[in-house]
Design a protein around this ligand. Structure first.
Ligand code: SF4
Length: 444
């Protein structure tokens, strides 16, 4: 049974020294009870109290690692049902299923295409994480395909097979790379647990039914395998799959049910790409830790990576870029200069339009703590004083002959004040970023 905040408080030093970042020991205890903070934050917990609290401070959903140190995917270790309560910590790992029935040339082609599936969005690099090798042929073919693929990619591998000889051979080839062994059921739990333990690999457990799942995870633990992933049956209707994953997450987080406190995974059925993306998108939102896809079309993967990026962004910390002067293109002393905020989405939208205009331009990004233009203006983070100060600090005055600054159309109201504070002539730009290319072209 999970300890309450008051139970935890009784075990703390009660000195309210604030070193944990909380104003009181009680505030820290309440946060610890919600698993929103780790016990290590308090340096004064006694040994006895630590022992009593250790179980409490363990993440309710265990962290699982797939892949070697350089290319590891970390999944699980989530602490909340809804991202606004704190944030989601470890983005769902996305992988592609490759069957061993494909010809070697087809496998190489597919890997080449998959290798190109990485994107830049709002300053972050988005990429997929795993390759899942699925056995449909004999033992030797599976081992040969594992050998082929492991020589061509360094990403984490999922071994999809029920053939213990094939798995043993594949695990030997992948020694030290921690592939995920997929997936044990009530018949294979002992054999696959032995293989996973011997090779220090994580093991996927099939959620065959609500009755057998806790028995299987407990059995795997008893056999020495602690890093588990629960494979949810995606053959069910989409709503049922989501309901099951929600219930499993709730049991782990709210009822501290350790037997189901593992990351979840979804292996997608072969569907039309659109249907697969819609389903996979739902599973990213609630609450898959791994999703294995059949489609590897660029648009489909970009849609899922974008969704994953949004879901796993800390809602309390907007994505920000460094506040400074950016030179876009071959700028000169006559290039236009415009100002915007340091909210990533705003900056990259403006950047995209400036690049599209092909007019070399300076963009001054002002520190608004990650707020967009209108929000920052309303919150007094994008003020004439702040912009004038940023202009001075940025060094733009040494780079330009002119003193004309383009401001977003939505804050035209600050023009007069900003002219006074900065000494620059203010030019009111378009309200929407989409108007920037025409605006810049008409300046020259
Ligand atoms: S660091 Fe420990 S003793 Fe100090 S306020 Fe936090 S919980 Fe209390």
């Amino acid at each position: 049974m999970a300890l309450s905040g008051l139970d935890i408080y009784k075990l703390l030093p009660k000195t309210n020294c604030r070193e944990c970042g909380f104003p009181t020991c009680l505030a820290f205890a309440l946060s610890l009870a919600k698993k929103a903070v780790s016990l290590e934050k308090c340096p004064y917990v006694s040994k006895e109290a630590k022992q009593a609290l250790d179980a409490q401070s363990q993440p309710p959903i265990r962290l699982a690692l797939i892949g070697d140190e350089k290319n590891k995917s970390e999944i699980g270790n989530e602490t909340v049902m809804f991202r606004h309560e704190e944030k989601f910590h470890h983005p769902a790992a996305l992988g592609f299923i490759i069957e061993d029935s494909l010809l070697d040339t087809e496998i190489k082609e597919r890997l080449l295409k998959i290798g190109k599936l990485h994107f830049e969005r709002v300053g972050q690099h988005l990429k997929t994480d795993l390759i899942a090798i699925k056995q449909t042929k004999d033992t030797q073919r599976f081992i040969d395909v594992v050998t082929l693929i492991s020589g061509l990619t360094s990403v984490g591998i999922v071994l999809m097979s029920q053939d213990t000889k094939a798995l043993a051979g594949a695990l030997k080839i992948l020694a030290g790379k921690r592939p995920l062994v997929y997936a044990a059921n009530s018949q294979t739990i002992a054999d696959l647990s032995a293989l996973a333990k011997e090779n220090a690999s994580p093991l996927a457990i099939k959620a065959e039914s609500w009755d057998t799942l806790p028995e299987l995870t407990k059995k795997a633990n008893e056999l020495g395998v602690l890093d588990l992933v629960i494979d949810v049956d995606t053959k069910n209707q989409q709503a049922k799959v989501i309901a099951e994953m929600t219930q499993l997450r709730r049991l782990a987080l709210k009822k501290a049910n350790r037997a189901v406190g593992y990351p979840l995974m979804c292996v997608m059925d072969k569907l039309a790409s659109q249907a697969e993306v819609i389903r996979a998108g739902d599973y990213i939102a609630k609450y898959a830790g791994i999703i294995l896809l059949n489609t590897f079309e660029e648009w489909a993967v970009l849609a899922l990576l974008t969704l994953r990026q949004n879901i796993y962004t800390d809602p309390q910390k907007p994505l920000q870029i460094e506040s400074k002067l950016y030179a876009i293109g071959n700028t000169t002393e006559n290039s236009p200069a415009l100002v915007t905020t340091n909210f990533s989405l705003t900056y990259y939208t403006v950047l995209g339009e400036v690049e599209a205009s092909k007019v070399p331009t300076y963009i001054l990004s002002v520190n608004t703590e990650g707020m967009s233009v209108l929000t920052a203006w309303a919150a007094e983070k994008f003020t004439p004083e702040k912009i004038a100060e940023s202009l001075k600090k940025s060094g733009v005055e040494e780079k330009l002959k002119h003193r004309n600054l383009i401001i977003p159309g939505y804050v035209a109201v600050m023009s007069g004040d900003l002219e006074e504070k900065s000494g620059w002539k203010i030019v009111v730009g378009p309200k929407e970023a989409a108007g920037i290319p025409t605006f810049l072209k008409n300046l020259s």
